[in-house]
Design a protein around this ligand. Structure first.
Ligand SMILES: Nc1ncnc2c1ncn2[C@@H]1O[C@H](COP(=O)(O)OP(=O)(O)OP(=O)(O)O)[C@@H](O)[C@H]1O
Ligand SMILES: [Mg+2]
Length: 292
């Protein structure tokens, strides 16, 4: 009889301290073209778990396209998108939501004729623990799930200070409050990563300050936030880590101070002549290095 073969030895383990923490979201050589126009060129970007990460850049730089690729509304022409180490490429948007990625839109998308509460309840839909059978027969499980969803929707609306008008129609809200409602609805899916596309566009300065405090509060609850914004006061005041996209390429990444002092960034903002009001203000803010 031969002796049993020795068990294979386990591969050597790497001391945990030697490994940088895995990013929550990784974009690797991400590219996208529309017809003959390449709008993203080999974008590499690691977004760590926790905190508020900012993406800035002139109009048309490709920022929203990044969000559309991450959320599965568009497919990349090349490259990888990994969320918690798992590829998102090829997944349908609702599967990506289920994995823990939620977003708001640059052009607000709400159920305009529905109440605030129902808008957020719609966002909770994926989380509800009942099946069609429960819904059709109004089982206790369904009623309990409904009650819990309603309670959760109220909490989320309280987070953005809209809980005093739960029954109002969404289209009766001011523009700023519609953006907040969208934020509450995005939170309903319990995302690990929340993508905000120009959350303060169209808000007055009081509304911006309020939203800034609310976004900070949301981050403190453990959500990772990835925000696209032209408003420099908002970005520089909120984000610890910022990347700059210009003509589909990342040209800088760093702290607000580093970004404000970066020659290429200043050039990217000043080198254009077609800025609208928001952008012109952004250009001035970056150039002057105003942090708040
Ligand atoms: N679905 C599409 N089909 C064709 N071209 C598109 C599409 N989506 C975006 N583009 C083009 O890709 C480029 C980048 O657009 P994108 O919306 O990503 O820019 P952005 O950085 O978000 O700009 P802004 O700051 O103005 O929102 C633009 O030239 C735009 O016209
Ligand atoms: Mg955009």
């Amino acid at each position: 009889m031969t002796a049993p073969a020795a068990l294979p030895t386990a591969p050597p383990t790497v001391a945990p301290t030697a490994m940088p923490p895995a990013p929550l979201l990784r974009l690797a050589a991400l590219s996208r073209s529309f017809g003959g126009l390449q709008v993203l060129h080999d974008v590499n970007l690691d977004i760590p778990r926790g905190g508020i990460f900012g993406l800035i850049g002139p109009n048309g730089a490709g920022k929203t396209t990044v969000f559309n690729l991450v959320t599965g509304l568009l497919q990349p022409s090349g490259g990888r998108i990994e969320f918690e180490g798992r590829t998102l490429v090829g997944l349908a948007p609702h599967d990506i939501t289920r994995l823990g990625v939620a977003r708001t839109f640059q052009n607000i998308r709400l159920f305009r004729e529905m109440s605030l509460l129902d808008n957020v309840m719609a966002g909770l839909h994926a989380q509800l623990g009942y099946r069609l059978h429960d819904l059709v027969f109004g089982t206790p499980r369904f009623r309990r799930a409904e009650r819990e969803a309603r309670e959760r929707a109220r909490e989320l609306l309280a987070l953005v200070r809209l809980d005093h008008q739960l029954g109002d129609r969404a289209d009766n809200l001011s523009y700023g409050n519609q953006r907040k409602l969208e934020l509450a609805r995005a939170l309903a899916s319990e995302p690990k990563l929340l993508l905000l596309d120009e959350p303060v566009a169209g808000m007055n300065s009081g509304e911006k300050d309020e939203l800034m405090a609310e976004v900070r509060q949301i981050a403190e609850r453990g959500y990772t936030i990835f925000v696209i914004e032209h408003d420099m006061r908002f970005v520089m005041g909120l984000c610890q880590d910022i990347a700059v996209l210009n003509f589909g390429r990342i040209i800088a990444r760093g702290t607000p101070q580093a970004i404000q002092g970066d020659e290429q960034v200043i050039e990217a903002y000043l080198g254009r002549e077609d800025g609208d009001g928001d952008d012109a203000a952004a250009e001035a803010a970056v150039a002057e290095g105003r942090a708040s």
